[in-house]
Design a protein around this ligand. Structure first.
Ligand code: CP3
Length: 360
């Protein structure tokens, strides 16, 4: 028997319903903290090839669901498939993360080729088609992409974790040129995400992991505006498919992000104060977050306390439980199991002995 998509907890929460037990999933819920992931991954030298192999990508997407029964499955892929599909050289080096041949001038931007995106990313669409047939009937399927700003950071800096000097210099001093790149990313990302929905994605998440390096004016131009254009396109072409935005580390600018981009949900990092979220953001939009991924590594009473505290503060409005950023590779899998138990047992789990001191 099929279960109507609009009755899934994730879809109800994203329509603004307040649920007794919030749905949950975790950013990077598939990955190196799971031994069954590491086992499959060790057979593939190249991470992108691994992402482009539907058999493997489907299996790895399902692994955390089998253990923890999250309310959503997130497509196993990476945000950097877009620069890869545009023809930029992208590699994942062991212990270093992604390394790209940096885009350095307008000519480099003009060499990027958006015409082969669909063909190049066909395995991702195939993965989604298979997943939509294979995931449990009450589980929602999330597709995703990086926001243009965050993708531009990787394309121009060539890696993450830099001081962002090159990309900020470009955006500030040659904004018309930088706009050419942003426009290209708005177009290709919108088309890619529409393709994901046509292949079975029910929800889209846009990761703006480096939004926090922008000042208020830059944030408006390079994060909010391109995101707004993508959300508008998706809402037009894929009615009923909610979009969650993740403007990481932007603090109170998240209010502007929510009101101006038109996202249906906002994913929040662990630095955002819970009471402020409940008072300021939750009346405007479904909120998602924001357990500290380092507390998930620590476990024990600290983990129980933090989890229950979030559940108590945010369960009074539309809410999806998640982390503030992705699961870290050193996370003991049983700590993820404990969080799943507390969320799925909510509200009764809030009365338990280890949680009773978690009121503030
Ligand atoms: O389970 C899921 O969340 C789905 C899969 C997923 C991955 N990356 C798989 C992955 C998703 C949604 C992403 C998003 C992503 N990728 C972001 C946005 C979220 C964030 O973390 O801020 C970013 C910035 C990237 C770029 C990226 N990919 C980096 C910086 C790294 C290296 C860091 C690391 O954890 O290794 C990756 C590699 C990556 N992407 C891995 C996985 C499972 C690890 C690869 C491996 O197995 O070696």
């Amino acid at each position: 028997m099929s279960f109507p998509s609009d009755q899934k907890l994730m879809m109800r929460a994203l329509r603004g319903e307040t649920l007794e037990r919030p749905p949950f999933w975790l950013m990077r819920q598939a990955g190196r903290y799971l031994p069954e992931y590491r086992e499959l991954r060790q057979n593939s030298k190249n991470f992108l090839d691994f992402c482009y192999t539907p058999d493997l990508a489907v299996e790895v997407t399902l692994q955390p669901l089998r253990r923890y029964h999250m309310d959503a499955a997130i497509l196993f892929s990476d945000i950097l498939v877009i620069p890869d599909a545009l023809g930029q050289k992208v590699e994942f080096l062991e212990g270093e993360g992604p390394v790209l041949d940096p885009v350095q001038c307008l000519d480099d931007i003009k060499k990027l080729n958006p015409n082969k995106i669909d063909e190049h990313l066909a395995p991702v669409f195939e993965t989604l088609k298979r997943l939509s047939a294979e995931i449990p009937k009450e589980t929602a399927l999330i597709g995703f992409a990086g926001s243009p700003w965050t993708i531009a950071v990787y394309m121009i800096e060539g890696r993450g974790g830099t001081d962002h000097g090159n990309v900020l210099e470009w955006a500030e001093h040659r904004p018309e040129e930088f706009q050419v790149l942003i426009d290209l990313l708005v177009e290709t990302t919108s088309a890619y995400l529409i393709g994901q929905v046509e292949s079975g994605a029910e929800i889209i998440q846009l990761f703006d992991s480096w939004a926090g390096v922008l000042n208020a004016g830059q944030f408006q131009c390079w994060s909010i505006e391109p995101t707004r254009r993508i959300v508008e396109r998706l809402h037009e072409r894929c009615p009923g498919v909610p979009v969650i935005g993740f403007p990481r580390n932007v603090g109170e600018l998240a209010v502007d992000y929510v009101t101006k981009t038109g996202v249906d949900g906002v994913s929040l990092d662990q630095d955002m104060a819970l009471d402020w979220i409940a008072e300021t953001l939750q009346p405007k939009c479904t909120v998602q977050g924001n357990l500290d991924n380092k507390v998930l590594v620590t476990g024990g009473a600290a983990l129980d306390h933090a989890t229950v505290n979030i559940l108590r503060t945010l369960s009074g409005g539309p809410f999806i439980f998640n982390l503030g950023h992705g699961v870290l590779p050193e996370t003991p899998p049983e700590h993820v199991g404990r969080v799943a138990e507390l969320v799925r047992g909510w509200p009764a789990s809030g009365d338990g002995p280890s949680a009773s001191d978690g009121k503030n």
